[in-house]
Design a protein around this ligand. Structure first.
Ligand code: ADP
Ligand code: MG
Length: 270
């Protein structure tokens, strides 16, 4: 059986820097896979390659058996893969519901259609998803008034509007308090089990990933350093070295592995 997403030898260079250096990664239908690694290890760049936001310099990317290596992002979205961004992208001056309505059009249509009327089916889907994501009572709220965690939930809702089979989620818990992080984990689990949506989760919160994923891939300096269960990778000496190895590197401060204080409270399910 081939995976839903299958990438082999993906390479991405920025000038002289090889940000993604021959990565193999796969996600099966309905699977939840974690992607962790120190800051600057290439996680977001790999997402940009997989979702075709960035052109790749080498390798092969297949989604559901289709070579998407030269597809444009909206074609990938139409095939059933959507993503969120590390920096939240919602329209702060629009309501929660309006953001949901725009997202589906962003995925499938051009700018002129952005201002066309949203059809009834899309409105129903938006309302249903907002209820499911605990945002129902906020549907008329200005998105700029939401908390960080609520905005992350809205982004997840927006990514689900196109009925994807795979969502790439970049840092779903960054800037989110532990209670809302637990809500997000709970909702992702529900989306996965009730709607068979597969996820590839980029996270600095290793405990969050460990709670949700049976398989975790660890990136370091653009390459896969380890792959296995959360228990296996967090015990792996090479992974511990990558996170904590260089005492002069304070950029890895948030990216704790194991039973660190930073991870312990953050991703715990309710
Ligand atoms: P992560 O998401 O794991 O923190 P990134 O994918 O953001 O890592 O970055 C990987 C490396 O690529 C870093 O060294 C970063 O500085 C570099 N990088 C990312 N985006 C660009 C870009 N647009 N131009 C040049 N270098 C970039
Ligand atoms: Mg990143």
């Amino acid at each position: 059986m081939t995976a839903l997403l299958e990438a082999r030898g993906v390479v991405k260079r920025f000038g002289g820097l090889t940000a993604v250096d021959g990565v193999d990664i796969s996600v099966g239908a309905g699977e939840m896979v974690g992607l962790i690694g120190p800051n600057g290890s290439g996680k977001t760049t790999l997402f940009d390659c997989l979702s075709r936001v960035l052109d790749i310099d080498g390798g092969l990317i297949e989604f559901d058996g289709t070579d998407i290596g030269r597809h444009r992002p909206h074609d990938v979205a139409r095939l059933g893969m959507s993503r969120t961004f590390q920096l939240i992208r919602v329209y702060r001056d629009l309501s929660v519901a309006e953001n949901m309505h725009l997202s589906i059009q962003w995925g499938s249509l051009g700018v002129p259609q952005l201002f066309a009327r949203t059809d009834a089916a899309a409105r129903r889907r938006a309302d249903e998803l907002l209820d499911f994501l605990l945002l129902g009572r906020l549907r008329h709220e200005r998105a700029g008034n939401l908390s960080g965690g609520q905005r992350r939930l809205l982004e997840i809702g927006m990514s689900l509007m196109s009925e994807p089979r795979l969502v790439l989620l970049d840092e779903a818990t960054s800037g989110v308090n532990p209670t809302l992080a637990a809500d997000i984990a709970d909702r992702l689990r529900a989306v996965n089990s009730e709607r068979q949506v597969a996820f590839l989760l980029v996270e600095h919160n290793v405990q969050f990933v460990a709670d949700l994923c049976e398989r975790v891939v660890v990136l370091d300096q653009g390459a896969v350093l380890a792959e296995g269960t959360p228990g296996e990778v967090t015990q792996d000496p090479a992974v511990i070295e990558a996170y904590f190895g260089d005492p002069g590197d304070d950029t890895a401060g948030d990216d704790r592995v194991g039973n660190s204080p930073a991870g312990a409270g953050d991703g715990t399910a309710p």
